[in-house]
Design a protein around this ligand. Structure first.
Ligand code: MN
Ligand code: MN
Length: 471
C-alpha cells in the first residue's frame, strides 16, 4: 500500500481543472450545438414560449402525452406540462418506477419586467406601460435598450390572444428612457439599486394622439388601445388579467473573435433546460427511467402552482409510477420511488469574473471553459437554506462524470458572507431524493446579456447524457 502511494506523481496527487478548449479537438460539434441553442434562446424568451418550443421538439421525437396512455412500458417516451409553464418529460426504463428515476431539473423562467395589471397611462403626450420587475435584476440595466412584449391576454369572451411584439425584425420595439448625463447630477448620487427606481421602469409605447378630434381626453392612451384593439381585439379591461412580460428584444450572439461564448438573455436557466432536453432526446432507454423537469417561478422562490415546490410535480411522478406499475401504487411504493430517485438540480452557477475577482474565492470557484460546475451546496451565511449534498452522492456523480470523460469543476457561489443564493435542489432533497446542484458557469448572470462558454454548454449536455445513460 505504502509503495503504491509513493508511485503517484504530482499529476495524480494534485487536483487541477484544465481549460477544455485545448482538450476538445472537435470544435465544430460544439459550435453547431450552440447555434441550435441560440435559436432556442431567441424563440423561448418567456417560460411559456420555452415550454412551447420544447413540446414541439419532444413531439417531433415521438414523445406522447402521459395522460393519453393507460400504462407506460419500457422505451415509452412521455410528457406532461404544468399549466404550460412547467414540464415533465420522461423515457421509461425496463424497471418500474419504484426503482426511482434519474431526473435533471432546470427552470425556464428568467428575471424580467412584468406589466402591472393596470399598466397604461399617458404623461405629457407620451404613452407608457407601468411594470413590476420579476426576480433579481439590476434595474439600471433595463434602461435605454430595445424591449419586446411577450405574453398572453384573455378577452372578455374567454378567448386567448398570444401577444408578441418586438422580436420580429419588422416589429417596433419598446424602451425605458434614461436621463442624459448632462442632467444626471442628482441621479449619479443615487445608490446603484436606485439609479432607476422600480416606479421609473415605465416603457414607452407611443406618442401619437387618437383620431382627429382635438382636445380629446386621454388621446394618447386611447391611440395605444386603438392599435392593440385593431391587431388583437384587446380592450383595457383585458390587460388587468393578462400576463405580459417585458424582455430584451435583442438576439443571442456569439461573443469574442473566437466565438467562444454565447451571449444572450435568459441563459439562466434555459442553458440548462436546453442541454437537459437535448440529453433526454439523445439518451438510450435503459433499466432506469430518466426524465427532465422544467420549472417556472424559480427566480421568485419556486412557489405557486408551476414552481418547483408545487405538489403538481409530485402528482405527475405518482401518475408515472401508477402507469409504470399498471395499478394504483401503495403509499409506501410512492415513497420508495422518491427515495430511489436521483436528481441533478441543473442551474447556472457563478463563473469567476477576473474583473470582479474580489467577490469570489479563487480556489472554490467555477471558471468559464473548464466544464460543468458542481455546487455541493448553495445558500448563504452559515450554509443557511441549502440541502448540502452528501459526500456519497457527490462522489457517485463525479465518478460517473469521470467514467464518461466529462470535465467537471466544483465551486461555491462567491466568498463566504458575500451574499448567496439558492436553487430548486432543496425542495426535492426535502422530499427525500438525492440531489446535487450542477450547471453552466455564467458571467453577467441575471443581466440582459448573460455569457456562457460554449465548451461548458456542450460539456453540460454530455454530463446529463452520462447521467441518463449511467448503469
Ligand atoms: Mn437559475
Ligand atoms: Mn437566477
Amino acid at each position: 500500500m505504502d509503495n503504491q502511494k509513493q508511485k503517484l506523481g504530482a499529476q495524480d496527487l494534485l487536483w487541477e481543472n484544465r481549460n477544455l478548449w485545448a482538450l476538445r479537438p472537435n470544435k465544430s460539434e460544439i459550435m453547431d450545438f450552440c447555434e441550435a441553442y441560440k435559436l432556442a434562446l431567441n424563440r423561448g424568451k418567456t417560460e411559456r414560449k420555452y415550454i412551447e418550443l420544447t413540446l414541439e421538439e419532444l413531439r417531433a421525437a415521438g414523445f406522447v402525452e402521459l395522460d393519453s396512455l393507460e400504462s407506460v412500458k419500457a422505451g415509452d417516451k412521455v410528457y406532461k406540462t404544468v399549466e404550460g409553464k412547467g414540464l415533465f418529460a420522461a423515457v421509461a426504463g425496463t424497471q418500474d418506477a419504484r426503482h426511482g428515476l434519474r431526473i435533471v431539473g432546470a427552470h425556464v423562467d428568467s428575471p424580467r419586467l412584468d406589466l402591472k395589471p393596470n399598466p397604461l397611462y399617458e404623461d405629457k403626450e407620451i404613452s407608457y406601460f407601468k411594470t413590476h420587475y420579476y426576480g433579481g435584476i439590476k434595474k439600471y440595466q433595463w434602461a435605454a435598450i430595445p424591449l419586446a412584449l411577450v405574453g398572453v391576454v384573455y378577452l372578455k369572451d374567454g378567448s386567448k390572444v398570444d401577444l408578441s411584439i418586438g422580436l420580429d425584425p419588422a416589429d417596433p420595439v419598446f424602451t425605458i428612457s434614461d436621463l442624459l448625463p448632462h442632467l444626471g447630477k442628482d441621479q449619479m448620487e443615487r445608490k446603484a439599486r436606485e439609479t432607476l427606481r422600480g416606479e421609473e421602469l415605465n416603457i414607452i409605447v407611443g406618442s401619437m394622439p387618437f383620431a382627429a378630434e382635438e382636445g380629446l381626453k386621454d388621446a394618447y392612451k386611447l391611440q395605444v388601445l386603438h392599435l392593440l384593439n385593431e391587431k388583437y381585439g384587446i380592450v383595457e379591461r383585458d390587460l388587468l388579467s393578462a400576463e405580459i412580460e417585458v424582455v430584451p428584444a435583442t438576439e443571442a450572439r456569439c461573443v469574442g473573435l473566437d466565438r467562444s461564448f454565447v451571449g444572450g438573455y435568459g441563459q439562466d436557466d434555459r442553458v440548462c433546460a436546453y442541454t437537459a432536453i437535448q440529453a433526454l432526446l439523445a439518451a438510450k432507454a435503459g433499466e432506469k427511467s430518466f426524465a427532465v423537469f422544467l420549472f417556472d417561478k424559480e427566480e421568485v422562490g419556486s412557489d405557486g402552482v408551476t414552481g418547483a415546490q408545487s405538489e403538481r410535480y409530485r402528482f405527475i411522478l405518482n401518475d408515472f409510477l401508477h402507469k409504470s406499475l399498471g395499478r394504483n401504487p401503495e403509499i409506501v411504493e410512492s415513497q420508495e420511488m422518491i427515495i430511489n430517485t436521483e436528481l441533478l438540480s441543473s442551474d447556472v452557477t457563478v463563473a469567476f469574473d477576473p474583473v470582479f475577482s474580489d467577490v469570489t474565492e479563487p480556489l472554490n470557484s467555477t471558471y468559464c471553459g473548464k466544464g460543468i460546475g458542481i455546487a455541493k451546496y448553495t445558500g448563504s451565511g452559515g450554509k443557511g437554506g441549502t440541502s448540502d449534498c452528501s459526500a456519497e452522492f457527490t462522489n457517485r456523480i463525479t465518478r460517473l462524470f469521470d467514467q464518461a470523460g466529462v470535465a467537471w469543476q466544483m465551486g461555491e457561489l462567491g466568498k463566504v458572507d458575500q451574499g448567496g443564493g439558492g436553487t430548486i435542489a432543496k425542495f426535492f432533497a426535502n422530499q427525500g431524493m438525492q440531489v446535487l446542484d450542477c450547471g453552466v458557469p455564467t458571467l453577467s448572470m441575471h443581466s440582459c446579456f448573460e455569457l456562457c462558454s460554449k465548451v461548458d454548454i456542450f460539456e453540460s449536455y454530455k454530463a446529463y447524457l452520462a447521467f441518463f445513460n449511467a448503469e
